[in-house]
Design a protein. Structure first.
Length: 269
């Protein structure tokens, strides 16, 4: 078998005539970004590789890092909280779920809409071979404490006007697919009314029901289901979930280092 390895060598965005005035600056950023993607940028200290960020990118004029990244990314949020285009073009990225949750909690506190909290119902899969021998471990309190990618937390707090992201494919024809961005319109006990903000069905108003969700995290050694609304607050998201999206304004919250140079490359690009 014979194969050829093809590499991307030209940044097509630099060919756009709208950027002629800044083409040199963009060229320098493009070269720096490609060097990070190839693992050629940075220096090692105590078995940790560090990358120097250009001086015009860091936000260093705030005492509270969460307040700083929110003010920089979602400037004048309360004045534009109902502007669909404003919400579509922005997000904050972070390497871990814990950092994402801290930013999302702060954004929820800023919103003035009606608030409602929802608790999930968790059950262990009865066919799981480990269920019988570990029944005393799989208590409701233990199941409620599990947090992992792909399912909402046991308790989620939502407000009217808050941004959320779908975690499952529900109805492709209505634009309700995994990773679709929505905004909350109305909160009820068994359903939530939302407006679609991304994709071809942007602007549509639909209802989201509770669903039984099974996490796919391989670190969980047993199977369980969590019945909850299949959404998470999405003013901030993990770097991994942001792949493939095009955004105009992105804040990068690096309270802790990223895991690999590839993850940093995805965030910066």
């Amino acid at each position: 078998m014979h194969c050829n390895i093809l590499k991307l060598t030209k940044n097509m965005r630099l060919l756009d005539s709208r950027f002629d005035a800044n083409v040199n600056m963009l060229k320098q950023f493009s070269d720096w970004l490609l060097a990070i993607g190839d693992g050629r940028m940075g220096f090692s200290t105590n078995n940790t590789k560090k990358v120097k960020i250009p001086e015009d990118l860091p936000i260093d004029n705030f005492d509270d890092p969460i307040y700083g990244i929110v003010e920089s990314t979602y400037f004048s949020y309360l004045e534009h909280s109902t502007d669909m285009k404003y919400l579509q073009e922005k997000t904050i990225l972070a390497p871990t779920l814990q950092m994402v949750e801290s930013v999302n909690d702060y954004m929820i506190s800023l919103s003035c809409g009606q608030e409602k909290s929802y608790l999930s119902f968790n059950t262990v899969c009865m066919s799981d071979h480990s269920f019988t021998c570990l029944r005393h471990v799989h208590t409701p309190e233990f199941l409620n404490s599990i947090k992992c990618s792909g399912i909402p937390n046991y308790s989620i707090t939502l407000k009217v006007g808050v941004l959320v992201m779908l975690l499952r494919n529900i109805d492709q024809s209505a634009g309700l697919c995994n990773y679709t961005i929505l905004t909350i319109i109305r909160l009820k006990n068994r359903v939530t009314k939302v407006k679609v903000l991304s994709g071809k069905e942007s602007g549509n108003k639909v209802f989201i029901p509770r669903m039984s969700l099974t996490p796919s995290d391989s670190r969980i050694p047993f199977k369980f289901q969590r019945r909850q609304f299949s959404v998470i607050v999405s003013f901030a998201m993990t770097i991994n979930k942001s792949q493939g999206q095009s955004l105009c304004s992105v804040g990068l919250f690096l309270k802790k280092p990223v895991f690999t140079h590839g993850q940093l490359y995805v965030a910066l690009s």
